[in-house]
Design a binder for this molecule. Structure first.
Ligand SMILES: [Mn+2]
Length: 322
């Protein structure tokens, strides 16, 4: 990792302009890390932009972005159309597959690339000069904080709050992929001035949305011993909604493997899975063309109906494939 950090710093110094990009429908882990990295890069005296997100439906992220604006922080967003290669370096965060990117157009424009990610590799990786992809890391925040510590760079305390919220969100309150190093990162962020109360305010949600989730959970199906599926069948929903339902279901003592499925506005089926007890839910999601982590994974499916997806999932879970 230290090798990569040295190369990353070197690459930043060797380029006139740095473009940062995360996955589409960004979250606080990806976009929060990009915002903080842009602050660091400005300290190196370089121009730095973040590819402007087209779809900001993550409420926690929105709250955090508003909080930054209210506190006078300027977000260096730049639209994909006006981005060009001016001896630019593209740093890709929290994703390493081209079809999941915020903008494939920007990817095609800039040839010098570095990739920083913590997801499992499922499909073809983006070609880059240097990459650091370690699926043992809890989050991109964890990788970035290791870099900040190593380089001994400091940013305004407000950014540490942003990173702490990203760490909470990506690990689902320190339940997913959390190691002793993850807690050390949390400790570092608090030490550097992260405000735990503000971070908790970012993560708060409306009573209405929490109750709506439980209405679906109330009707969930038991597929097998300790395996449950929740179906959102009366409205369209986002991948965030199904992810949150699957997260929530894993809290119950009856549940070792939880799935939630729904239909997105564009007609795609979104399926999310969460597991404990060493069940590889990612290998199940791969069967639907998806991916993610060992204990948390998802798939977006275009060529099946929701009923077909549910049937296929039931067959997988009830077969001897687990
Ligand atoms: Mn992440």
């Amino acid at each position: 990792m230290i090798d990569f950090f040295e190369k990353l710093s070197e690459e930043i110094k060797n380029h006139d302009e740095i473009i940062l990009m995360t996955h589409s429908t960004p979250d606080l882990d990806g976009l929060g890390s990009a915002i903080v990295l842009s602050e660091v890069i400005k300290q190196y005296g370089k121009e730095c932009y973040i590819v402007a997100p087209k779809n900001l439906i993550n409420k926690t992220l929105n709250k955090a972005l508003n909080y930054l604006s209210e506190n006078g922080m300027i977000l260096p967003f730049k639209y994909e159309k006006i981005i060009s290669d001016n001896n630019s370096l593209l740093i890709i965060l929290d994703v390493h597959e081209s079809k999941l990117l915020e903008s494939e157009e920007v990817l095609s424009k800039i040839k010098d690339r570095c990739v920083i990610d913590h997801h499992l590799t499922i499909n073809k990786k983006i070609e880059s000069k240097y990459e650091f992809i370690d699926d043992n890391m809890s989050s991109t925040v964890e990788i970035l904080c290791t870099y900040l510590k190593y380089k001994d760079v400091k940013v305004d305390s407000i950014y540490y709050t942003l990173l702490l919220a990203g760490l909470y969100q990506d690990t689902n309150y320190f339940t997913l992929k959390t190691t002793s190093d993850t807690f050390l990162v949390a400790s570092y962020l608090i030490k550097m001035g992260a405000d735990n109360k503000v971070e908790h305010d970012f993560l708060k949600e409306s009573m209405e949305s929490a109750i709506a989730r439980y209405e679906y959970i109330k009707k969930c199906d038991k597929l097998n011993d300790n395996v449950y599926l929740c179906v959102i069948d009366d409205r369209t929903c986002s991948n965030i909604t199904v992810a949150k339902i699957a997260d929530e279901m894993l809290k119950f003592e009856e549940v070792n493997l939880a799935f939630a499925v729904g239909v997105k506005e564009n007609g795609q089926i979104v399926l999310s899975g969460r597991s404990c007890d060493n069940i590889d839910v990612c290998s199940i999601m791969k069967k639907f063309g998806g991916g993610g982590h060992f204990g948390a994974a998802a798939a977006s499916i275009s060529d099946n109906t929701i009923d077909e997806v549910i049937d296929k999932l039931k067959n997988i879970v009830r077969g001897n494939e687990l």
